[in-house]
Write a protein that binds this ligand. Structure first.
Ligand code: ADP
Ligand code: MG
Length: 310
């Protein structure tokens, strides 16, 4: 594999030397200078063909989503994205695939101010690993362990769009505008930073469904959550699906939403009115997530939604 040319052609032009990127792609290591006083937030995710996506999926979509889901983890911490490492394993050199793959993530990368400072390239089954580093003001990070009884629970955006889109595709239907929510999730980076700066201390991004991810906050914080089904924010398309008798599982357990779920005292987020945020419940003493219907009756918790196309 002409690995050197491949790196040169596709990956070496995606950083600019500056006061922080002392040395990018091309040497044995990147050399990076963190800004004084900032903490580094680091995250890594691997996406494997046949498990997290299909080899036949459009490469630009794979490029976009693989970066977006990692940015979503930085968003959930309240970090400002800065640097990326990309490890890619490819069955063969396919230039049109590589071009489309890079074009899929490069716009998002620039929009978020991320520099690709290094990585690894090898031959093997198709798989993609991103490692991202972000900056964070000490004390402004949002942890899964920091929810407290008395906090209200909030989510950004709408829930269930991606899961319903996948459901429709599997049933041979056209998901229409919902498809974008599945293939091009927009990481809530700006919202995450504003929440962290506003004093929100507990947050998670919703990748495995609201119930499962809020469950992580409860477990790590040693408390319980009560969620009101009829307060959950849904798009017009999902509302229609529910009104037609659709199962609510895609909304509470669907996954792939990449919205933020956070807990805070209502006072601390009162001034964030311009953000798409909905209050959906409250943190209580105890353990586990409880889901209530409009009459206050507990609903059975759905098992984690199966969301891998396998
Ligand atoms: P080494 O053998 O020292 O690991 P490589 O040939 O793997 O060197 O990498 C050469 C340079 O190219 C390094 O700076 C590395 O970080 C960078 N690089 C390799 N693959 C990628 C990639 N997929 N994306 C970005 N940079 C890469
Ligand atoms: Mg290497």
């Amino acid at each position: 594999m002409a690995e050197f040319e491949l790196i040169q052609d596709y990956f070496s032009g995606l950083s600019q030397p500056d006061s922080q990127v002392v040395l990018g792609v091309g040497d044995d290591c990147a050399l990076l200078q963190p800004p004084a006083g900032k903490r580094l937030a680091m995250t890594m995710d691997t996406l494997i063909a046949g498990r997290h996506f299909l080899s036949a999926d459009h490469p630009s979509g794979i490029g976009y989503k693989s970066l977006a889901v990692n940015l979503s983890d930085l968003a959930a911490m309240g970090a400002q994205p800065a640097w990326a490492l990309l490890s890619i394993s490819l069955p063969q050199i396919d230039h049109s695939w590589l071009e489309a793959f890079v074009s899929g993530f490069v716009t998002l990368m620039r929009e978020q101010g991320v520099q690709l400072v290094g990585g690894d390239t090898c031959q093997g089954a198709l798989s993609i690993t991103w490692q991202l580093t972000g900056f964070i003001e000490p004390g402004q990070e949002m942890r899964r362990s920091a929810a407290r009884p008395g906090d209200a629970i909030y989510v950004t955006g709408t829930l269930g769009d991606a899961a319903l889109a996948l459901e429709m595709k599997r049933a041979g239907q056209d998901p229409g505008e919902l498809e974008q929510r599945l293939t091009r999730p927009v990481p809530r980076v700006e919202e995450g930073r504003r929440l962290g700066a506003a004093g929100v201390r507990s947050c998670i991004d919703i990748s495995d469904g609201l119930v499962a991810d809020l469950g992580h906050i409860c477990k790590q914080s040693g408390c319980a959550a009560r969620v009101h089904l009829n307060r959950l924010p849904v798009s017009p398309r999902v509302r229609q699906y529910l009104q037609e008798g659709g199962d609510f599982r895609p909304v509470v357990a669907g996954g792939d939403d990449y919205e933020l779920c956070f807990t805070a005292s209502p006072d601390s987020v009162a001034h964030l009115q311009d953000m798409p945020v909905t209050r959906i419940g409250e943190i209580l003493p105890g353990e586990g997530v409880e889901l209530l219907d409009g009459s206050g009756n507990a609903l059975p918790l759905p098992p984690a939604w199966e969301h891998f196309a396998s």
